[in-house]
Write a protein that binds this ligand. Structure first.
Ligand code: ATP
Length: 426
C-alpha cells in the first residue's frame, strides 16, 4: 500500500484558524447527515505548493444545498444557491466558501455548460480540468487531512506539469485552453507535451465558446500578477488570435503592462488599463469587432473607443514645450475617460505627447475659474450660451496664467461684457 500523505499540518499552518474551525464543524454536520466532505481543487493544489489561497472549495458526497442551509442556521453566512449545478457559495466573515454536491457532468454539446448529476468524489474529480486541480483532502474526522490523489496530481505538481485528465478534455470545454495557459504561466509550470499537442489540435474548438465566457477568461488572465506572460504564451499558441487576429502578446505589451502597474495602485490589478493597452495597436474597426465579440460592458467599450479616438488627437500634442498653450492642451484632452488618457500616456512613443498628457492628468483637468455662471448673470450676462462661452474663456485665461485671482477674473469678465454690449452681442 503506498503511504498516504496527510496535509493536517499544512492546513493548520497555512490556513487561518477560523477557516480550519469552519471546515471541522462543516465536516461534523455533514458526518451527522451521513455524508463525507472534502476539500478540493485550487485550495489543495496551493496547500501543497505553500501558496496562500483562502478561497475554500469543498465537495460533499450528499447534498450541498441542504448542508449550506444548515450552515446558515448556525452561523452568520451569506448564501447564494445554484440549484442547477448543486452548488452553494457562502460568504462568511471575509471569506468565500464554495460547497458542491459531488457530481458527474455530461455536455449536451461541446462548449455548452455541463449538465450535473449526483455522483461520487472520484467522478467529481475526473470532470476537473487538470491533474493538479483534481486532488482532494478528507475532512471526515477519522481521516482528517488525508490526500486523495486518483489521477497523479501530486507527481505532476512535483514535476511542474499541467496535464488534462482525458483526451477529450479541451473538446468538452475549450475554456480549459485559457486555463492551462494561465496556470502554466502563474505557477511557472509547463503544459505537459501530450496535453500541449491536444491543446493545439483543439484550438478551433474555442469557436464553440461564447464571447461572454471568453471575456471572463481574458479578465482572469488580466488579474494575474504578470498577465503579459499569459498573453505572450496565448499569442505564441495563436489562442489570442481567436479573439482578434491582430492582437499580440509581445515585448511592447510587456513593457506597457509593467508601466501600467507602476502608474496605478499596487493592491489591485489595473484590468481596464491592461485591456485597452492590449487593444491599443488595433485599427478602430478591429476594436469595434472585439467589443462586439467579447460583449464588453458599456464603460469598458467606451474606454477602448476613446483610446482609439485619442490616438489621432494626441498627434497635435507632439510639439516641443512652449509651442502649446496649456489651454490648448486642456481643450484637446478634456471630456475623455481617464483610463483612455492613461492608456495613451503609457502607449505613446513621443516624450512630448506623454509630457502633455501627464500635465493634463495631474494638473490641468482640475482647473476651474473662480467665478461661476451665477456670478456672470449678476454681472449682467443674459442666461444662455454666452455664460458658458465666457466661463470657457476665463478658464483658458486661468490655465494660461493670464489671470490669477477672482478679482482679476471679474475685471476680465466685465471688460468682455462691456465690449459685447458695445458691439451689440458677443
Ligand atoms: P484560482 O487559483 O485561479 O482561483 P482555482 O483552482 O481555485 O484557481 P477556480 O476557477 O476557482 O480555480 O475553480 C475551482 C476548481 O474547479 C478548479 O481547481 C478545478 O478543479 C475546477 N474547475 C474550474 N473550472 C473548470 C473547468 N472549466 N473545467 C474543469 N474543471 C474546472
Amino acid at each position: 500500500m503506498p503511504k498516504v500523505l496527510n496535509l493536517a499540518d499544512r492546513i493548520e499552518k497555512q490556513l487561518p484558524p477560523q477557516l480550519v474551525e469552519f471546515m471541522e464543524s462543516t465536516a461534523l454536520i455533514a458526518g451527522g447527515l451521513g455524508w463525507r466532505l472534502y476539500l478540493v481543487g485550487g485550495t489543495v493544489r496551493d496547500l501543497l505548493l505553500g501558496r496562500p489561497n483562502y478561497d475554500l472549495d469543498m465537495v460533499v458526497e450528499g447534498d450541498a444545498l441542504a448542508l449550506g442551509k444548515r450552515l446558515t442556521e448556525t452561523r452568520k453566512t451569506g448564501i447564494t444557491v445554484h440549484s442547477r449545478f448543486g452548488t452553494v457559495k457562502l460568504r462568511w466573515q471575509s471569506w468565500t466558501i464554495d460547497i458542491a454536491t459531488a457530481r458527474t457532468e455530461t455536455y449536451a454539446r461541446p462548449g455548452a455548460l455541463p449538465e450535473a448529476k449526483p455522483g461520487l468524489l472520484a467522478n467529481d474529480l475526473f470532470r476537473r480540468d487538470f491533474t493538479v486541480n483534481a486532488m482532494a483532502v478528507e475532512l471526515f474526522s477519522g481521516r482528517w487531512g488525508q490526500l486523495i490523489d486518483l489521477y497523479g496530481g501530486l507527481k505532476d505538481l512535483k514535476a511542474g506539469l499541467i496535464r488534462i485528465l482525458h483526451d477529450n478534455s479541451f473538446i468538452d470545454d475549450a475554456t480549459r485552453i485559457w486555463r492551462a495557459i494561465r496556470y502554466e504561466q502563474r505557477l511557472d509550470f509547463v503544459i505537459e507535451p501530450a496535453t500541449l499537442r491536444l491543446l493545439k489540435r483543439d484550438i478551433p474548438r474555442l469557436d464553440t465558446i461564447s464571447g461572454d465566457r471568453i471575456r471572463h477568461e481574458l479578465e482572469l488572465a488580466l488579474k494575474e500578477s504578470a498577465p503579459e506572460k499569459v498573453l505572450r504564451r496565448a499569442s505564441d499558441l495563436r489562442v489570442l488570435a481567436k479573439i482578434n487576429p491582430r492582437l499580440k502578446g509581445n515585448d511592447w505589451l510587456a513593457e506597457r503592462f509593467q508601466a501600467a502597474r507602476e502608474y496605478t495602485r499596487p493592491d489591485s490589478p489595473p484590468v481596464p488599463l491592461y485591456l485597452s493597452l492590449l487593444a491599443y495597436p488595433l485599427p478602430a474597426h478591429d476594436i469595434e469587432d472585439m467589443i462586439a465579440f467579447l460583449h464588453l460592458p458599456k464603460t469598458e467599450a467606451q474606454v477602448l473607443q476613446e483610446t482609439a479616438e485619442l490616438k489621432s488627437v494626441i498627434k497635435l500634442l507632439d510639439k516641443p514645450k512652449l509651442k502649446l498653450k496649456r489651454s490648448e492642451i486642456f481643450r484637446l484632452l478634456t471630456g475623455y475617460a481617464a483610463a483612455a488618457l492613461e492608456t495613451n500616456l503609457i502607449a505613446a512613443d513621443s516624450p512630448a505627447v506623454r509630457k502633455h498628457i501627464r500635465l493634463f492628468l495631474t494638473k490641468l483637468r482640475y482647473g476651474k475659474s473662480a467665478i461661476t455662471g451665477e456670478d456672470l448673470i449678476k454681472l449682467g450676462v443674459p442666461q444662455g450660451p454666452q455664460v458658458k462661452n465666457i466661463l470657457g474663456k476665463l478658464l483658458d485665461a486661468r490655465l494660461d496664467g493670464n489671470v490669477r485671482s477672482r478679482k482679476g477674473e471679474e475685471e476680465l469678465a466685465s471688460s468682455w461684457i462691456l465690449s459685447c454690449t458695445r458691439h451689440g452681442g458677443c
